[in-house]
Design a protein around this ligand. Structure first.
Ligand code: NAI
Length: 510
């Protein structure tokens, strides 16, 4: 598997945000790079932004004068498409429109050598469809960078129906040589990242729509209990609701309105209002100078409990036992097959299994209070709790006191099925399982993509391995029962791992 040589000319079409970033990646790897844009002003702006970046790096001492001179000398602004004729690889990053992309690439294809590779940076169009519009579809592939391209490591190497394996291999090796983290995937809607990430936004939006908690509380749970870099609402505000809503809608439509990807009316309302997030000064949160950021709903201090009994096996939440001992609490353990309860001063508390606490009581289960999944029970700073309407009086306060004694900030949410982290992780892993089942990407590449493309603290399938596929599948089945919706159906591969007990990853988790 050979990477392109640094002697090979790379051509980039489109000098916007993505094109100018991709140019820098190729320049940094030692290539000469021809940059073309249909709008001369856009080309000039792109070249100026690349210059400015390199000047900043020089001023900060990140590169020396010789490197600066060398890189800028290898940037070749192109006045016409004919200037790209000698390129070994053309990367297109123009407007997201199939007809325009096919027409520009058709024009450039006629000028290129027959072994030249044509790559598209499209986020949402079919690489198969773009290839089919050209004369040499075997030479066409997706090379999907993330914004900002010079900084974000992930590159999805997308094979269309007719893309030759050698072309995909060359792009993979080239991306590695460019110090990127490449993953391979098939040309399906959203590729890996933009598809698997949908539930991160979708479940948060649904929780907010169902008034499970405020946006600030849900974000705090995702960050401080879930280990995500940003909460879903602050992230959507950053991305822009117009962009995020359009991606969701495009994936939803491309997958024939599968309810799993259903867009949220809450977000559409923001788009309709022009509340696009940071860039417009208002999204879920207000921005600007005097903006007051709403606070999450943190539970007030509750008394420290004295009597802790663990009944059965707490599974992924097992570290709570040691944490409680470290906090000076006395913890007794009783064996009980099939049970997983924490008794705190006589109050039964359980890790959510996708049922609400009220549902559990109605089912004859003693747990009237449920707690959420956490990225790391030992190290995390927060935990989410919910209590059933019919929980015994003071139960929530008793459970709160326990988690506070362990040094956690307790965030209380309404008694919704699957709480916040558990349902988000279950849905992310379910989506990832379908991606693997359908041959879109391997389990390793899927997790690698989510960790490197959107900064997830742990790959969704590695997380499912930690929680146990059987638990994830039970959560999904309970969500499906609670909502009566196809949205929460288990991926066949999740069900298979739940039954055979094997992990998704057999090697080191990502
Ligand atoms: P942009 O709007 O910043 O830049 C597009 C550039 O293409 C403009 O300079 C425009 O003058 C030029 N252009 C338009 N039509 C052209 C034509 N017929 N011939 C030559 N140049 C033409 O757009 P951006 O954000 O850089 O996106 C470009 C592509 O990258 C799109 O396909 C987009 O889906 C994809 N992408 C965007 C990401 C993002 O976060 N912005 C992330 C990953 C992919």
């Amino acid at each position: 598997m050979n990477a392109l040589s640094p002697q090979d000319l790379i051509a980039v079409i489109g000098a916007g945000a993505m094109g100018s970033g991709i140019v820098q990646v190729a320049l940094n790897a030692g290539h000469r790079v021809a940059l073309y844009d249909a709008a001369p002003a856009a080309l000039a702006k792109g070249v100026a932004s690349i210059d400015a970046t390199y000047r900043r790096l020089l001023e900060k001492g990140k590169i020396d004068a010789a490197t600066h001179a060398d890189r800028t000398a290898r940037l070749l602004p192109a006045a016409t498409l004919a200037d790209l004729a000698d390129a070994a690889l053309v990367i297109e990053a123009i407007v997201e429109n199939l007809d325009i992309k096919a027409s520009v690439l058709g024009e450039v294809e006629a000028l290129l050598g027959e072994h030249a590779i044509i790559a598209t940076n499209t986020s949402s169009l079919s690489v198969t469809a773009i290839g089919a519009r050209l004369k040499r579809p075997a030479q066409v592939a997706g090379l999907h960078f993330f914004n900002p391209a010079p900084l974000l490591p992930l590159v999805e190497i997308v094979s269309g129906k007719a893309t030759s394996p050698e072309v995909a291999d060359t792009l993979f090796a080239t991306a590695l040589a460019w110090k990127k983290t490449p993953v391979r995937c098939a040309s399906t809607p959203g590729f890996i990242v933009n598809r698997v990430a949908r539930p991160f936004y979708g479940e948060a939006l649904r929780l907010l729509a169902d008034r499970a908690a405020s946006a600030a509380t849900i974000d705090a749970i995702l960050r401080d209990a879930g280990g995500f870099r940003m909460g879903a609402f602050e992230l959507m505000d950053l991305i822009g609701h117009d962009v995020n809503y359009a991606v969701t809608k495009s994936v939803y439509d491309a997958l024939y309105q599968d309810p799993r990807y259903k867009p949220s009316l809450l977000q559409k309302d923001l788009v309709d209002a022009g509340w696009l997030g940071r860039k417009s000064g208002q999204g879920f949160y207000p921005y600007g100078e005097n903006a007051v950021r709403p606070e999450p709903a943190v539970a007030p201090d509750a008394p420290r409990p004295s009597n802790i009994i663990i009944e059965g096996d707490l599974g992924v939440a097992a570290p709570l036992a040691q944490l409680a001992r470290d906090a000076g609490l006395e913890v007794a353990v009783t064996e009980a097959a099939g049970r997983a309860l924490l008794w705190i001063d006589g109050v039964a508390v359980a890790l959510t299994d996708g049922r609400s606490a009220l549902r559990r009581l109605a089912d004859g289960d003693p747990a009237g209070v449920v707690f959420d999944l956490a990225f790391d029970y030992a190290g995390g700073s927060a935990i989410a709790l919910a209590a059933a309407d019919l929980a015994q009086s003071g139960a929530l306060q008793t459970a709160t006191g326990f988690f506070q004694a362990l040094g956690k900030r307790v965030l209380v949410v309404e008694d919704v099925p699957g709480l916040v982290i558990m349902r988000t992780v279950a849905m992310l892993a379910n989506e990832a399982a379908d991606v693997v089942q359908q041959g879109v990407a391997s389990a390793g590449d899927t997790d690698l993509a989510m960790v490197n493309g959107v900064n997830y603290p742990r790959g969704p399938l590695a997380w499912a391995d930690l929680v146990g596929a059987a638990t994830v599948q039970r959560v999904l089945a309970n969500l499906a029962a609670a909502y009566g919706e196809d949205r929460y159906r288990s991926a066949p591969l999740m069900l298979r791992h739940a039954l055979n007990g094997r992990p998704f990853h057999t090697g080191e988790p990502v």
